[in-house]
Design a binder for this molecule. Sequence first.
Ligand code: SF4
Length: 194
Amino acid sequence: MASFEASIRSTPFRILISVLLSARTQDPVTEEAAARLFAIADKPWKMARLPEAEIARLIYPVGFYRTKARHILGICQALRKAEKFPATLEGLLELPGIGRKSANLVLSLAFGQPAIAVDTHVFRISRRLGWAKGNTPVHVEKELEVLFPRRRWADVNQVLVGFGQTICRPIHPKCGICVLNRICPSAEFKTNPK
Ligand code: SF4
C-alpha cells in the first residue's frame, strides 16, 4: 500500500482516478493500469476525449474495468463542467463510481483532511478488535471517529490495510504472531501463524 500511495501522491485528479482503479484490485495491478492511463491522458479534459473502449483497454486487468472505464469518463465530464475540483465528501459523492470509502480516501490523500476510509480491512479489523460493533461501514466509521482523535483519522486506513493484508487477514489471521493478540477479543491462538 505504501508504494501505491507514494505513486499516486500527485494531483487530486490522479489520486481520484487511482483510488477508483484500486477497488477490488491489487496495488501492483492498479499502479500499472494508472501509469498506462496517465501516460495517454492525465487531465480530465484530455481523458474525456478518449473512447470508453480505449480507457477500458488501458486499465485492463483491474477489477470491473469496463464499469470503471464508464465511471472514469463520467468523472472527467463532470470535472470539466465543475468550477473547481470537489474537496468535500458531498462533492466527491456526486461523481460516478465514487462511494463513501473512496471519497474519504481522496479527502485524506489529496487534501490532508481528517477522514476515515472504511474499506473491507478497516471494517473487519475494527470489529474483531472490539473497536466497533456497527454492521455497516458508515456505522463503523462513526464509531471510529469517536474512538480516535481527528489528527489520527487518516492514519486508520493506512495502518489497518497493511495489517489486514499481512496479519489480520480475512481468513486464517495470524493471531499467533499478532502484537495485539493479548488484548484482542477475537484472537485465535490455534491459527497457524505461517
Ligand atoms: S489477534 Fe488475530 S483477530 Fe485479533 S487483531 Fe490480531 S490477527 Fe486480528
